[in-house]
Design a protein around this ligand. Structure first.
Ligand SMILES: Cc1cc2nc3c(=O)[nH]c(=O)nc-3n(C[C@H](O)[C@H](O)[C@H](O)COP(=O)(O)OP(=O)(O)OC[C@H]3O[C@@H](n4cnc5c(N)ncnc54)[C@H](O)[C@@H]3O)c2cc1C
Ligand code: SF4
Length: 323
């Protein structure tokens, strides 16, 4: 890695100035499980690394009407939290499916939603692809079995986070601190498609930091689950995953939020499937309809067409488990 200045930030308010206005000059260090790889591979060469782990305001889960999760709360803490397990099962299941115990102990929720893509051309220094300012996307004609089938182009990354689809299914909001104070944004507006922002995956500016995540109290009768398919069962990113949150009245679905992971450049909400469920009984026929439209708009590349059937199956199984 390159030589850099290492700053232990102590106060939240100092962060925007420490980070500065230009991408590439500084980097935020939370758990470091992604950032350290990026530094070691020289994919980023910042002049300054800002450690935020000494900022106490960024820790913890607070309960009120809904919950607020500090950006430095670890994935392990979220997976083990009894209130999250009880009321927000989709999030605790997603957190429990992340990586390994060691990585869940180090990795934070802020870092999990802000982690950079895993596309192997992006991670390989020898491939100056579009996302790194180059002139071509190597995935289009290359080894693209793990790339996006939805929302792709001109880059075909998939969003790697397991927590992000769960948070989107729970209609979470993100608090962001920047030079002009804090702002709150719906998680659906936080992530950006490559067509809107090729170089970055979310709306954060260089001098902004995620400070907390707010999740509304689920309505009575809400059930939820997260289902993930990965190649290595011991530890792997999602090849495809589904976060499903259903607000039920008896066996009738009042509201549905279904979000896919591992198949699109952002956590991908499938309103088609939700429409097949809302106002209807959660029975085999309606589940089948919801599953079959979930990837109806998919545009697979040469080697990732298998994700279509895989995702339909995951949606079907997730909904069956909630019936
Ligand atoms: C072997 C391996 C397997 C993995 N498997 C999975 C998996 O199955 N599922 C999954 O979801 N993830 C997986 N991950 C990714 C891992 O979960 C993330 O690296 C971790 O959650 C990131 O959190 P962190 O605190 O370590 O972030 P860091 O590495 O410190 O930071 C990650 C990125 O986010 C930025 N950042 C961190 N915090 C903030 C903040 N508060 N505001 C703004 N930007 C911020 C950093 O600057 C950096 O760019 C895996 C990682 C590894 C190495
Ligand atoms: S999918 Fe994105 S990150 Fe991967 S090679 Fe193409 S432009 Fe680069």
């Amino acid at each position: 890695m390159n030589k850099f200045e290492y700053v232990n930030a102590k106060h939240l308010a100092d962060l925007p100035e420490l980070l500065g206005p230009r991408w590439g000059e500084s980097a935020i260090l939370a758990g470091g499980t992604d950032l350290l790889d990026m530094l070691k591979e020289r994919l980023i060469e910042p002049k300054r690394v800002v450690n935020i782990k000494n900022i106490k305001d960024l820790y913890g889960i607070s309960n009120g009407n809904g919950i607020e999760i500090g950006a430095l709360t670890t994935i392990a803490t979220i997976a083990a939290d009894p209130k999250i397990q009880g009321k927000y099962a989709v999030l605790s299941e997603a957190a429990a499916s992340v990586a390994t115990p060691q990585l869940r102990n180090m990795g934070t929720i802020g870092g999990n939603i802000c982690q950079r893509p895993r596309c192997w051309y992006f991670r390989g220094k020898e491939f100056p692809c579009l996302k790194k300012g180059g002139s071509k996307c190597y995935s289009v004609e290359g080894l693209n079995q793990y790339n996006a089938i939805l929302g792709g182009g001109p880059s075909f990354i998939v969003h790697p986070s397991d927590s992000a689809p769960a948070l989107m299914a729970l209609a979470a909001s993100i608090e962001i601190l920047g030079a002009s104070g804090t702002q709150e944004t719906a998680i659906a507006d936080f992530f950006q498609l490559p067509v809107d922002n090729l170089r970055r995956e979310n709306i954060l500016k260089a001098n902004q930091v995620v400070t907390k995540i707010m999740i509304p109290e689920p309505a009575r009768g809400t059930r939820s689950t997260y289902l993930k398919f990965r190649e290595k069962q011991s530890m792997d990113f999602a090849i495809s995953s589904v976060a499903a949150v259903l607000q039920m009245s008896g066996n009738r679905v009042q509201k549905a939020r279904i979000v896919l992971g591992g198949v699109a450049s952002i956590p991908w909400r499938v309103k088609n499937s939700e429409a097949e469920l809302e106002g209807k009984t959660l029975n085999a026929a309606n589940i089948e309809n919801a599953a079959s439209v979930s990837v109806a708009n998919a545009l697979p590349l040469q080697h990732n067409g298998y994700k279509i059937q895989l995702t339909e199956n995951l949606v079907r199984r997730a909904l069956q488990s909630l019936s």
